[in-house]
Unconditional design. Sequence first.
Lengths: 156, 282
Amino acid sequence: MNINLTLIIQGLAFFATVLLVMKYGWPPIMAAIEDRQKKIAEGLAAAERARAELKDADARVAVEIRQARQQAAEIIDRAQQQANQMLDQAREDTLAELNRLKAAAQADIASMAQRAREDLRDQVAKLAVQGAAKILQREIDPAAHRALLDQLATEI
Amino acid sequence: MAESAEQAAGGGMTEYIHHHLHNLQWHVGSGVFSVINIDTVAVTLLLMAVFLGAFITAARRANAGVPGRFQAFVEMVVVGVDELVRETFHGSSKLIAPLSLTIFVLVFMMNFMDLVPVDLLPWLGRASGLPYLRVVPTADLNTTLGMALTVFLLIQYFGLKHKGPRLFFKEMFTAPFHAHGFMAIVLAPVNLLLRLIEEAVRPVSLSLRLFGNMYAGELIFILIAVMSLGAGLAHGMTYVMGPIQGMADFVWTVFHILIITLQAFIFMMLTVVYLSMAAEHH
């Protein structure tokens, strides 16, 4: 228990240990710890960045999908409108053609009826003239009686 | 334990205790101071070798990758000490944190020798021809005072380095009592005296605190061992004292785990505080 030379030895041994720890022990361990801390911090930051990027990409994708849907809907709308228009146009064209044909037919019919009527009138006039000639027993001079005959024809 | 206690005792309780408190000594020359406590030095050097071997191995293997169990343990201690030092000392120093770590681990290891059964190593020592063996280096005042004096010198070196020699010596005369003119001259010797006392008290209190705790702890282990001194299977008292001794030994060991850790921590913490104070400007 008495103080003796051990004191000096113990003090020096302790000091030597401190020096060794200070020189060879502490710095590499501390450097490793700090390196690892930096690596972990970088890793966390990278993960955070990746997550943010993923979120951005998701948002972009959502926007694009929405736009695509909109465009598709617009295209479909326009196509339907066009189809309707074409259908309407075709119907109108058909109707117009139909009407035109009908009108032409009616006009033909009317002109043919007119012609028939005129033919009939002529024949009737002829028959009337022939009848009258028979009745009078003489030749009616068509030239002399032209006015009379025309009047008769109109009256028929 | 009882058996070896009996063998060691030879002449009863006093002899047994005295024997346990005697260092294995080597007389280098004549005079009280030229004696070396071989057991203290040997155990200390052994523990230092273990500590340095483990720590420097960890340092060599240290990398920023995923740490293994051993590396994680070493790093946990290193980071713990580093944070403590940073909280207390706000400068930058390459010395103070490694010093603190060395003190804590080394003092803890030396204290831990107290938890080795008190008769085991002396018994082994006697078997190999060593008449005395004390295995707790910190229960030897030489160790604690040696460390405290080293710390004391480091404090002075630290103060000189951080303040510069002019301020270092000036503060001896101007702090803690500040004055101007004539009073400054009057107070100078008072300040110097206070400073000297303050500086002298530190290593003394540092070493005596640790030594006292460890010596007392060792002594109590010895006293617990004495309970069954001279016991034999024929004695009735053996059966009474045996369980009591076992119980007491267990309780004191558990309590002592706290003490050895606490004392190692206190030694380290006070060193950090003293060094911080030495670097502070008054």
